[in-house]
Design a protein around this ligand. Structure first.
Ligand SMILES: [Zn+2]
Length: 492
């Protein structure tokens, strides 16, 4: 048994609850992954970084964690009302490529981006298209249980029938009367008996290219079904943690509960955890309004929102300075402050290694400090509170360095070990690669020389040469950016 005082905020009860996994020592965790039809956006990254923190801390406590995070590569339509095109099929149509090319391209982008943020990969990363058979079997079971109906080759979940014996809406705090009242009825456009019902299987229109045979029609599964199929397959009918972004509470997670409960007659998830959203400069991020930024564009500095690039570790550190259940706003000022704090922390830990401890006790209670660090993380993975403790230690380290204060050998050992454990293992901040300063300075001078030659070429209107320099450097991962203060460069 792992002895811990961990409490988690369960979205289902709205309360903090003691964390007691179904099988002692083991944790089953499912997190809704991305729909791979565009570059992963920063808000999604925050969700995955939040669950990476949770995964890391559970592992640190000694749990054996089975972490499943899916890839949605079919069935996610444009609208929650089961209307519109499949997002991946639409992208494939516009780009004139195969849907699986879209999937491959954006899955790679997703992995590369999360790797930059130093997130650990899940143990299992199943795809919706890889589990069509499981989804069809699940629909058969739901039909048999009497909670679904078939119309014109499509199968829908009967929400009203389900709600007679269960509470549909209990996770998101919705009442069925309000749902009936507020759901748009799509006159003549839908085969649904009631507008709040949701699709388990959709018959494909002749032009729909992503289709599979089933007992009902050639078609494709509804989006909510894949998570029930894959979580049940890998974690069982009831498991410990289900995570995702706050925006997935309704309808996605509500539908998952209904599907699973309908056939297993037990709640699928013990603890529902939801990560809150990220805003940009005080406003909701949205492609349509232009208030949007891609993670890679922050790292390269190639964007119109911030004046300079920020490293993935700084952005990760910035995100962890807020609790995962709070709304977080990203702005230049906030990133600058995070960058300063990050460097101060990393520098102090680096310098701690060089300090010679003695026999005299320093003015810092390391045992108490360690307890406070664990208390922070045990309180629903409170990373900002842990970071505050780390900075208490940073201040102590700085008094040793700059004011000649003493530190005892045992104090040093605890601090040295645990600062590294909390920063690297728990918060997941990657140790920075130490670059060779001399080589770096030579490289910088070489690039500056090329920038100068390019400028000369441009002045003499030799655009062939100037473009060649820019494009060739870009190919090597060196991006030039012309601005008021001359040409800057960033390394990718
Ligand atoms: Zn899901």
């Amino acid at each position: 048994m792992i002895d811990n005082a961990l409490v988690v905020l369960n979205s289902l009860s709205g309360k903090k609850e003691a964390f007691e996994p179904i099988n002692p020592g083991h944790v089953g965790m499912y997190v809704c992954g991305p729909t791979v039809y565009s570059n992963v956006h920063l808000g999604n990254c925050r969700t995955f970084i939040s669950f990476d923190l949770i995964y890391r801390y559970l592992k640190h406590l000694g749990y054996k964690v089975r972490y499943v995070r899916n890839i949605t590569d079919a069935g996610h339509l444009e609208n929650d009302e089961d209307t519109g095109e499949d997002r991946i099929a639409k992208k494939a149509r516009i780009e004139k490529i195969e849907p699986m090319e879209v999937v491959q391209f954006y899955t790679v982008d997703f992995h590369q981006t999360l790797e930059k943020f130093n997130t650990l990969p899940p143990g299992i990363e199943p795809t919706a298209t890889g589990h069509i058979i499981e989804q069809i079997e699940l629909i058969k079971e739901i039909l048999e249980a009497g909670y679904a109906y078939q119309v014109n080759g499509s199968v829908y979940f009967d929400v009203l029938k389900y709600n007679e014996t269960h509470h549909y809406g209990k996770l998101s705090g919705r009442k069925i009367e309000d749902l009936i009242h507020n759901t748009r009825s799509l006159e003549g456009q839908s085969d649904k008996k009631n507008p709040q019902d949701f699709a388990l299987w959709k018959k494909a229109e002749p032009q729909h290219i992503m289709r599979w045979p089933s007992p009902w029609s050639d078609g494709f599964p509804g989006w909510h079904l894949e998570c029930t199929a894959m979580s049940t397959k890998y974690l069982g009918a009831s498991f410990d943690i289900h995570g995702g972004g706050m925006d997935l509470k309704f309808p996605h997670h509500e539908c998952e509960i209904a599907q699973s409960q309908a056939i297993h007659q037990q709640p699928p998830v013990k603890y529902w955890l939801h990560a809150n959203m990220l805003t940009l400069n005080g406003k909701k991020m949205a492609k349509s309004t232009g208030n949007n930024i891609l993670p890679m564009d922050i790292f390269t500095g190639n964007n119109d929102k911030f004046k300079k690039p920020y490293s993935p570790q700084v952005v990760r550190f910035f995100m962890l300075q807020a609790h995962y259940t709070s709304i977080l706003d990203i702005s230049e000022a906030a990133l600058d402050a995070a960058e300063k704090g990050y460097h101060k922390m990393v520098k102090a830990v680096d310098q701690l290694s060089t300090i010679e401890p003695g026999e005299k006790e320093g003015d810092f209670d390391t045992d108490q400090w360690l307890k406070k660090c664990y208390a922070a993380m045990d309180d629903d993975f409170n990373s900002p509170s842990l970071i505050a403790q780390l900075f208490d230690a940073v201040n102590f380290i700085n008094t040793i360095l700059h004011k000649d204060h003493p530190i005892h050998k045992t104090q040093w050992e605890t601090l040295h070990k645990m600062m590294n454990v909390f920063i690297h293992d728990v918060l997941g901040i990657a140790p920075e690669k130490k670059s060779n300063d001399a080589t770096e300075s030579k490289l910088n001078k070489t690039i500056e020389l090329l920038i100068e030659l390019r400028n000369k070429a441009r002045v003499s209107k030799d655009f062939e040469t100037s473009d060649q320099i820019r494009d060739q450097l870009m190919e090597y991962g060196i991006q030039l950016k012309d601005g008021k203060e001359g040409t800057q460069f960033t390394l990718h």
